[in-house]
Design a protein around this ligand. Structure first.
Ligand SMILES: Nc1ncnc2c1ncn2[C@@H]1O[C@H](COP(=O)(O)OP(=O)(O)OP(=O)(O)O)[C@@H](O)[C@H]1O
Length: 264
């Protein structure tokens, strides 16, 4: 279970970007986080895995406080948090298998990592997961020979190799075509349920959030102004989250479509 309470993030002396967020995510729920550009979605996700240092507040994962962890304790905590990125963050010149095994770097010794002597159990797990997401036959291909959707599957498997207690995805479908995006959303949804994993997804595509996630959290100016099911995510919620804000070009159409269909 993820428990965020009164999370505040201020960059320098600017106005806080997150203004006292509270959020609890339990079990295998898939939660989407929506909001206009600059609302604080990435900052929230990055506070959870401590890529961004929270200014104050508490973030607990399965009862363990993540804020203020340092050194080895922080590294141990980080490996329980899987992260999937918009740009995949793969190492292009390495094979799919090598990229996937990078998910085990927090668990093996430096010697094992440098000599690429991963335990057989890691390799078995890698094949099992690659098979599950349909990329096992690409194990020895270079990462840069794959399509965007295949690359994102590698990113998902790498995150799962960590045996995470939660999966965070920052715009995981924003670089993909609509059909591939939907396949990745379906994949995240089914993995959450198969692995009993809570998944938190930052997403601009409101219609995908409504279709593929169990719960939608809406941020505006660093405050949570909506928290409900896709069925509850109506015109009023959309107006509250996006009203008076120009939608980004690449998603405006989708958001408009969601506005138009929200009451149907
Ligand atoms: N490292 C940083 N230093 C200073 N300000 C930052 C930094 N990172 C983000 N911000 C500011 O924090 C605010 C929230 O940014 P954030 O990236 O969290 O929003 P977002 O909702 O994820 O936006 P987007 O959908 O465009 O990714 C923005 O005003 C941004 O300029």
């Amino acid at each position: 279970m993820l428990e965020i309470s009164n999370l505040v993030k201020r960059y320098g002396s600017d106005e806080p970007v997150l203004k006292g967020l509270d959020l609890v995510v339990e079990g295998n729920t898939v939660v989407s986080v929506v909001g206009a550009s600059g609302a604080g979605k990435s900052t929230m996700l990055r506070c959870i895995n401590r890529l961004v240092e929270p200014t104050s507040g508490s973030i607990k994962l399965n009862g363990r406080e993540l804020v203020n962890l340092r050194g080895a304790n922080l590294r141990r905590a980080r490996r329980t948090i899987g992260m999937v990125f918009q740009g995949f963050n793969l190492i292009d010149r390495l094979t799919v298998m090598e990229n996937v095994l990078a998910g085990r770097l927090g668990y093996v010794s430096l010697y094992q990592a440098l000599t690429r002597k991963f335990p057989q159990t890691d390799i078995d797990r890698a094949f099992h997961l690659m098979d599950r997401v349909g990329i096992a036959h690409y194990a020895n291909k270079r990462a840069d020979e794959l399509s965007g959707g295949e690359r994102q599957r590698v990113g998902v498997v790498r995150a799962l190799m960590q045996e995470p207690e939660i999966l965070l995805a920052d715009e995981p479908t924003a670089s993909l075509d609509p059909k591939t995006s939907e396949q990745i959303m379906v994949l995240l949804q089914s993995l959450a349920s198969e692995l009993s994993l809570p998944v938190l997804i930052n997403i601009h595509n409101v219609s995908q959030a409504r279709t593929y996630t169990d719960r939608i959290v809406g941020l505006r100016n660093g405050q949570m102004i909506f928290d409900g099911t896709p069925g509850e995510f109506n015109q009023e919620a959309l107006d509250a989250i996006y009203g008076g804000i120009e939608a980004p070009d690449e998603t405006g159409g989708e958001e408009q479509q969601a506005v138009e269909t929200s009451d149907t």
